[in-house]
Design a protein. Structure first.
Length: 173
């Protein structure tokens, strides 16, 4: 399991080798770990711009420490996040890197991306998010509708998963 400390140390090493400044947006369990919403994650998940992709891949492709999943331009698994996803992402303030601008995906977008895949681990993470953060259900529904418009998977499964999440964790809100 990968802790917040492990992530920061790993990123410090990458930061020292970077030739240019890049922005990384932590997604999924990586974001939740950095936000102190869970103790650890199983793998490392980042979203990055097309411009920064090759440099980051060069430095992480042979990573023996962690499995690294890289998403590009807000396309996470089979959903394309709205254009403002990077603006909504929260700055990581616990450590200042020289070349990495580290952000975490906004909790609404974490819930939506986890609802799309929605396995047992995703359910646990959504349950944690529902307990630890204040979620505006109206904003969550609106965000879901935007993402649904460009969803590449089965819309009916995504809708069903999202409705399960709403009814299970957010109906009282």
């Amino acid at each position: 399991m990968i802790t917040k400390k492990d992530l920061v140390e790993w990123l410090k090493n990458i930061d020292a080798k970077l030739k240019n400044k890049i922005t990384l947006i932590a997604v999924g369990g990586t974001a939740m770990t950095l936000l102190n919403l869970k103790e650890s994650t199983m793998d490392v998940d980042f979203d990055i711009s097309k411009e920064d992709l090759n440099e980051f891949k060069r430095l992480t492709s042979n990573s023996r420490e962690f499995r690294v999943d890289i998403f590009v331009g807000g396309y996470i698994f089979s959903e394309q996040l709205p254009e403002d996803y990077a603006l909504m992402a929260e700055e990581f303030k616990n450590f200042k890197f020289k070349n990495i601008n580290l952000k975490t995906l906004h909790p609404l977008d974490i819930i939506i991306t986890k609802s799309a895949r929605y396995n047992a681990r995703d359910d646990e993470d959504i349950k944690t998010l529902a307990k630890k953060i204040k979620v505006d259900v109206k904003s969550l529904r609106k965000r879901f509708e935007i993402v649904l418009e460009s969803y590449a998977g089965s819309e009916s499964v995504f809708k069903e998963n999202f409705n399960v999440v709403l009814n299970r964790y957010f109906r009282k809100l």
